[in-house]
Design a protein around this ligand. Structure first.
Ligand SMILES: *Cc1c(COP(=O)(O)O)cnc(C)c1O
Length: 368
């Protein structure tokens, strides 16, 4: 008998916990027919802002839009440069580009985070903002980045798509810069049942501007003083997100327990390098990423055995065809490029069992 496959993340187990709440919430929205920016959106925005310890949360269409709207709300556009990590999902760069500004990659450190030591070399007279990504669930070195931003007069932003609930020295992801973008793509720690995103900020100005931009550039019906977009968090998605938010701390605890178990199980496997946590961070393990030799072979073996391992991400930002026009070459970001060849994400979510993790470890041992 072949054992059941082990998915990278088990969204069915998450749904089983919230099914009744979601059903009742959907029924209420449908009864009210408040489908666009209904009360459920405001309820979620208030709850998530409080959860993050930030005055404002604005629900938007997705995480990429959240980045674009922040960059636009800051008044940045053509000719302005925004520093982003070389190792991130392409959306970080696309959000900047869609606002008309230019993403400038920065190499990463041993934690897979934007390396503060690599920033000065990438700063030009056109640099306007730093946009670190709290990759895999842990927060970038925001104190070091804040120092550089203050010295150079730059905005400090956060791509918090992978870090919902993460803390650094006790402060939550989303509350550590001038504004943060997050994504509720289904597989994120706080995931919707479709697309969704949010902007978090302590700035009344940025909040007011994003509120306008997401709603056709309008504060008042049929008054459009500036060009805007249609990018709003869907009311039905807000119902799902509120239900999941109530469990987020418990689910992140489950992820931490699972990560600690992998650390133990993998300690005896020569060749496997387990992930490190930057001092001061409370990690939320969006992904558990190891380094292994002969990565592609190992991944193929795991997948063949029904283990939903993956690579996040196989190609550094500057080497994507879509971003070649930025003019970078292979070798420009050696730490990120080396990571892209060695990294492997193992299945991990709040509901993974010890037996499943033991099986992942056993197949990994065989593959090595
Ligand atoms: C998921 C993700 C995004 C994009 O979010 P969408 O909601 O899919 O547009 C941006 N940045 C990072 C780091 C992400 O993981």
């Amino acid at each position: 008998m072949t054992p059941a496959p082990i998915p990278l993340v088990d969204l069915k187990a998450q749904h089983a916990e919230i099914a009744a709440e979601v059903e009742a919430g959907f029924a209420r929205v449908i009864a009210e027919t408040a489908f666009i920016l209904g009360p459920a959106v405001a309820e979620f925005e208030t709850a998530f802002a409080r959860f993050c310890g930030v005055p404002h949360c604005l629900g938007v269409g997705n995480g990429t839009d959240a980045i674009e709207l922040i960059v636009r709300a800051l008044g940045l556009g053509p000719g302005d440069e925004v520093l982003v990590p070389a190792n991130t999902f392409i959306a970080t760069a696309l959000g900047v580009l869609r606002a008309g500004a230019t993403p400038v990659p920065v190499d990463c450190d041993a934690f897979f985070l934007m390396d503060p030591g690599q920033i000065e070399a990438r700063i030009t007279p056109r640099t306007r903002a730093l946009l670190p990504v709290h990759l895999f669930g842990q927060i970038a070195d925001m104190e070091a980045l804040r120092e550089i931003a203050a010295l150079r007069g730059l905005a400090l932003l956060e791509d918090a798509a992978q870090s919902q609930g993460a803390r650094r020295h006790g402060r939550a992801s989303g509350a550590l810069g001038d504004a943060a973008a997050t994504s509720f793509y289904p597989g994120k720690n706080l995931g919707a049942y479709g697309d969704g995103g949010a902007v978090l900020t302590a700035s009344d100005e940025i909040a007011a501007h994003v509120r306008k931009l997401r709603n056709w550039g309008s504060e008042q019906k049929y008054h459009h003083p500036e060009l805007g977009f249609n990018s709003r968090l869907d009311t039905l998605q807000a119902v799902v997100l509120s239900a999941k938010l109530r469990r987020l701390e418990a689910w992140n605890d489950g992820r931490r327990r699972a990560a600690a178990r992998y650390d133990e199980l993998l300690a005896g496997l020569p060749g496997v390098e387990t992930p490190r946590t930057l001092a001061g961070n409370e990690h939320v393990w969006h992904l558990y990423v190891v380094r292994v030799p002969r990565r592609d072979e190992v991944l193929a073996k795991l997948n063949a055995e029904g283990i939903g391992a993956g690579i996040h991400y196989p190609t550094s930002l500057h080497l994507h065809g879509a971003l070649r026009f930025l003019g970078y070459r292979e070798g420009d970001f050696p730490v990120a490029e080396k990571a892209a060849r060695e990294i492997l994400s193992l299945p991990l979510d709040p509901h993974i069992t010890a037996a499943q993790q033991e099986r992942v470890t056993e197949i990994l041992r065989q593959a090595l």
